[in-house]
Design a protein around this ligand. Structure first.
Ligand code: SAH
Length: 252
């Protein structure tokens, strides 16, 4: 009887200690390598990223498996400045410098889903910005061509996207598309022009899809899905949105 009681006491005293030691050791083995941007296969934002996909993307009706698995995988935090990194998985756009923003995660998912990607496409993106949307596309499709008008953002994104062999970047006014590599199966525009740019419609393949916000700067913009069927252009409204304007001059 006495020994049993003592044993119980020992267990009560030492079990929590043993468990904490086990827990500490397992946490330690998962801790990030300090000072590096080590992000795959696991990183310290993995839990936040899963919550982002669960609560902001799946819960709002995005069902394309390719979009979901890709957004679980791509480390969104490395596409923004270190000072903003802890906010990377929040439900909002974030500043990326030069008055520009990285789109809210849900908008990235919504636009990507509306491109109806199978995986073998050649996609043109106008508005590279941080490079995040281009990385999401690069994980899904065969070739990505992405255009950014601001040299500083172009240079940063080019570096971040260097690990993707299927991404080509360019620093020019994307209103004119990218003639050299046209036509494209899909086009995605992540800055809003006030009208549908004709050069982009011309560079879309027959049967191709373009997802584009159109409207005045800062308000009343609509996200469209444009389907090219021969000479016919079918336009479907997806949602009301707010994007930075598509500008027309190269800035320093
Ligand atoms: N897709 C981006 C979001 C970028 S915000 C991301 O994932 O982070 C829109 C970007 O479009 C800005 O970087 C802006 O500089 C760029 N942009 C605006 N007008 C443009 C134009 N005419 N050609 C190319 N890029 C343009």
């Amino acid at each position: 009887m006495r020994t049993k009681k003592n044993l119980k006491l020992l267990a009560v005293l030492f079990l929590p200690i043993a468990l904490s030691v086990m827990l500490l050791t397992s946490c330690k083995s998962e801790a990030p390598v300090s000072g590096t941007l080590k992000s795959e296969p696991s990183d310290r934002y993995e839990i936040k990223r899963s919550a982002m996909v669960e609560e902001q993307i799946i819960a709002r009706g995005i069902s394309d498996k390719k979009v979901i698995t890709t957004m679980l995988k791509v480390p969104r935090h490395i596409f923004i400045d270190k000072s903003q990194r802890d906010s990377a998985y929040e439900d909002r756009p974030l500043p990326i410098g030069m008055g520009q923003t990285i789109s809210q995660p849900y908008i990235v998912a919504l636009m990507t889903e509306n491109l109806n990607l199978k995986g073998d496409e050649k996609v043109l993106e106008i508005g590279t910005g941080s490079g995040y949307q281009a990385a999401v596309l690069a994980e899904i499709v065969k070739e990505v061509y992405t255009v950014e008008i601001i040299p500083l953002l172009y240079n940063q994104a080019k570096e971040r996207l260097a690990k993707y062999e299927n991404v080509k970047t360019s620093n020019h006014d994307g209103y004119y598309g990218w003639e050299e590599f046209a036509p494209f199966d899909r086009i995605i525009v992540t800055a809003a022009p006030d009208h549908m740019p004709q050069p982009l419609l011309n560079q879309l393949k027959d049967g191709g899809v373009m997802v584009i916000p159109v409207g005045p700067p800062g308000w009343n913009q609509i996200l469209y899905k444009v389907i090219k069927e021969g000479k016919d252009i079918k336009t479907i409204e997806i949602a009301g949105v707010v994007f930075v304007p598509l500008t027309r001059e190269t800035k320093e």
